[in-house]
Design a protein around this ligand. Structure first.
Ligand code: TLP
Length: 358
């Protein structure tokens, strides 16, 4: 049975063209700064994001951690959303490894933080208080349904940060999806942050890698931090080659993933017992490639039917999707390079028949 893997856009496999580019890549020792392919990728990434410089990292988690280590020190504080990936899913690294205290604010359904709340959260200078050093935003916002944050919002946050002498980091794991959804260049979205991380290994379809972009001085310091966390790679140009290929060939096609996500969402909305939308934002069609929905077992006459049970039934039909949420009543399906329009139709058939089992 063929599998349709909707668990994440991290599951894509390198295409034939990408593998060829990887096989042909020129390499050197990157800790010596001698890997020509990594150097080219870092230059290309910085250029795309309108930043002076960029650093290749093994993962989004590592690039976010390196950014936090570079922006702040032990006992400093970072303001971020309570649904931020950095807060929820990065193993507590900002506290555990960087010694940075997380000051969370409620994420609004569109992935933003209230501007007044940010302003109020910034500490005054006082020996009792942690020093606010950083505001971290996320675009697209994963747990807020893949919503794309508008450039004007980023500008408003940057203005607050500037007024208080603090920095802004953007977790742009899916920044190119935000750019495609808003029809705004990635550099415009990156402009309102001092540092920006984006992933090659999600919608862009590369097997590994993320880039941390910022000023030349920031990236110089970040390079030390990457080494400190063991992230200095050697002949990793074979991985960078996949990234360069992805930037060249897989950016334009992201809109196709968004169209597939919308089609999937339409289908889900028409199935009784499934409620489209992320937590706190029910009914809203997806803006990008993440489709969230709630499984309402009660409405289906089977309260034991939660997202975990549905996911098992789907697996038996060759469709993979992750249950989530404290109550295990939510599901996320993610469209990507390895998911076609036909796969979406098959997924809807599998969903309907899984629920008919009840
Ligand atoms: N997200 C993964 C899981 O960790 C949840 C996924 O499947 O969506 N920032 C954001 C917004 C992310 O969604 C992710 C990965 C990361 C950072 C971390 O990237 P990696 O997985 O490369 O460490």
């Amino acid at each position: 049975m063929r599998t349709i893997d909707l668990r994440s856009d991290t599951v894509t496999r390198p295409t034939a063209g990408m593998r060829e580019a990887m096989a042909r890549a020129e390499v050197g020792d990157d800790v010596y700064g001698e890997d020509p392919t990594i150097n080219r990728l870092e230059e290309a990434a910085a250029e795309r994001l309108g930043k002076e410089s960029a650093l290749f990292a093994a993962s989004g988690t590592m690039a976010n951690l390196v950014a936090i280590l570079t922006h702040g020190g032990r006992g400093d504080e970072m303001i971020l959303g309570d649904r931020a990936h950095t807060f929820l899913y990065e193993g507590g690294g900002s506290a555990g490894l960087a010694g940075i205290h997380a000051h969370t604010l409620p994420n609004l359904p569109d992935g933003t933080l209230e501007l007044e709340a940010i302003e109020e959260a910034i500490r005054e200078e006082d020996v009792h208080l942690p020093r606010t050093r950083l505001i971290t935003l996320e675009n697209t916002h994963n747990r807020c349904g893949g919503r794309a944050l508008r450039p004007e919002y980023g500008d408003a946050v940057l203005e607050i940060a500037r007024a208080h002498g603090i920095s802004v980091h953007l977790d742009g794991a899916r920044l190119f999806n935000a750019s495609a959804a808003l029809s705004v260049p990635p550099a415009r979205l990156a402009r309102s942050a001092d540092s920006v991380m984006f992933c090659l290994s999600k919608g862009l379809g590369a097997p590994v890698g993320s880039l941390l972009c910022g000023t030349a001085e920031f990236v110089r310091r970040a390079r030390r931090m990457r080494k400190l966390v063991g992230g200095g790679m050697r002949q990793a140009g074979i991985l960078a080659a996949a990234g360069l290929y992805a930037l060249e060939h897989h950016v334009e096609r992201l809109k196709e993933d968004h169209r597939n996500a919308r089609r999937l969402a339409e289908g889900i909305a028409s199935i009784p017992g499934l409620v489209l939308g992320a937590e706190g934002d029910l009914g809203r069609p997806p803006e990008t490639n993440l489709v969230y929905f709630r499984v309402d077992g009660e409405a289906l006459g089977d309260p034991s039917l939660d997202a975990a049970a549905l996911s098992q039934r789907l697996r038996a039909r060759g469709v993979l999707a992750n249950p989530l949420g404290q109550k295990r009543d939510q599901m996320r399906m993610v469209t990507h390079l390895d998911v076609s329009r036909e796969d979406i139709e098959e997924t809807l058939v599998a969903l309907r028949s899984s629920l008919e089992e009840t």
